[in-house]
Design a protein around this ligand. Structure first.
Ligand code: PA5
Length: 447
């Protein structure tokens, strides 16, 4: 089996190979800090050996629960936000038919998502579409107290209980939360829901390979064993014992930090395959929450190409030179589609006739890379042999490992997210939450 592969050659106009390799000792030290558990946030290192420690029994339990939901439901709503949402959606969108909801020979339930926004119209329309449908709910919240998913769950639980009765609803609701704490744990115990535990030492954005990601992914019909196997192989390929020069996570971490030092403050994750859109959303959370703190951190942005070459392309080519790109390049497509010949050739595209659509896409990718490099945008490339659960598993672990090293290189705790509390405090104060009386008074005086 091949591995995903990192190429930094096209970033070496801005930083030199020597500069990147001069970070070897630092990278090794950060790697050792991770593996010895001696750094900041060391109580959140459960992800580090997670792939290789998942047991067959755990996977079988997840698969069996998925099968129950699959047999009962035509739609399953995964409720969650941030790390309790993005990983599952990333895999499901990457592995599903692009027009999934309209396929007629369905083998898998339709997956919907809720609790990742507070959109009244979104929730109304979701409830409308679920009327008369056999649906189930996976409610995911590590803290068990996050407002967005809690609101969505209240609404959908009520609708489900009214539709199928309280007893049957219990068999269609699965809760994934902390082992002991939080409102969701209390509720699940009280109602008798099937539950899965999010380990204490795995933070939300590192939790895709726990039941948080694995259960919805399995419900959607994706092979979670392949996903985990891919992650296991990358756990080995990025291990502490692998020398810096051969360790893709270390090289990625070193290169992006060197680029940051050279003034490249924004990293744009680019894909040339629309199925990878939510992989980028997952990546944005991973790096944004891990590194953006103490007035530091590369801003993680993302574009879908060639789509966004017709919107963001101008900025990338000629805007402020503070960006670099990391392109996820997929080598082989699953399907074959040839550009047809046309007798009239009014669009002048007969020179493409007989070529695979992906051949055109690959030339767009290469042309874009060279244009952006010429425009002063350093380019890193991660090649994926194909979009499969195995390679996505590799990609997840690669990014997680690199993120841990990179955060320590930057000098921050990559495993906390103190900044996400500020909006919550204000929101609760504005909504007059009991216990927030002082904050309410203070914030209202500012309005
Ligand atoms: O990475 C994180 O910790 C956060 O983004 C959380 O995943 C997100 O806030 C959801 O939290 P919870 O699972 O507690 O509802």
């Amino acid at each position: 089996m091949k591995n995903i592969c990192l190429n930094i050659e096209k970033a070496l106009g801005t930083v030199s190979k020597e500069q990147v390799f001069a970070r070897e000792a630092e990278s090794n030290a950060c790697m050792a800090t991770l593996h010895n558990g001696t750094g900041a946030g060391n109580d959140f290192l459960g992800w580090l050996h997670l792939p290789s420690s998942i047991t067959d029994a755990e996977l079988a339990d997840i698969e069996q629960t998925a099968e129950t939901l699959r047999s009962k439901c035509e739609v399953v709503v995964a409720i969650g936000i941030g790390g309790s949402y993005l990983g599952a959606r990333a895999v499901i969108e990457a592995m599903s038919h692009s027009f999934d909801w309209l396929t007629t020979d369905r083998k898998n339930p339709v997956m919907f998502y809720a609790g990742h926004n507070i959109g009244e119209d979104y929730l109304y329309e979701l409830c409308e579409i679920l009327k008369g449908k056999q649906f189930g709910i996976i409610n995911i919240s590590k803290s068990g107290t996050t407002t967005e998913p809690a609101i969505a769950f209240r609404i959908l639980k009520k609708q489900l209980e009214e539709a199928v009765g309280k007893e049957e609803a219990k068999h269609r609701i699965v809760a994934i939360t902390d082992a002991r704490k939080g409102a969701l744990r209390t509720l699940a115990t009280q109602e008798g829901y099937k539950t899965f535990v999010i380990p204490d030492n795995v933070g939300g954005r590192f939790s895709v390979l726990t039941p948080v990601g694995l259960l919805p992914i399995a419900v959607a019909g994706v092979n979670i064993r392949e996903l985990v196997a891919g992650a296991v192989s990358m756990e080995k390929a990025t291990d502490e014992s692998v020398p810096f020069a051969e360790n893709p996570a270390a090289i990625y971490a070193a290169t992006r930090n060197e680029l940051y030092k050279a003034g490249k403050k924004i990293e744009i994750l680019c894909n040339f395959n629309p199925k990878l859109h939510y992989i980028a959303e997952w990546w944005k959370q991973l790096y944004g929450e891990s590194e953006g703190k103490e007035g530091k951190g590369i801003f993680p942005a993302a574009v879908d190409l060639t789509t966004d070459l017709h919107s963001m392309g101008q900025w990338i080519q000629e805007g402020e030179r503070t960006i670099f790109e990391t392109v996820i390049s997929v080598e082989a497509m699953e399907h074959s589609m040839i550009v047809p010949t046309d007798a009239e050739n009014l669009d002048g595209l007969n020179f493409l006739a007989g070529k695979h659509v992906d051949e055109v896409n690959k030339m767009a990718e290469l042309g874009t890379q060279l244009a952006h490099v010429d425009g002063g945008v350093p380019n890193l490339k991660i090649s994926l042999p194909a979009i499969t659960p195995y390679y996505i598993g590799q990609l997840f672990y690669f990014f997680e490992k690199a993120c841990g090293i990179s955060g320590y290189m930057l000098g921050v705790n990559p495993f906390n997210q103190p900044g996400v509390e500020a909006y919550k405090k204000n929101m609760f104060a504005l909504l007059n939450k009991p216990g927030y009386e002082k904050e309410s008074e203070a914030i209202k005086s500012r309005l």
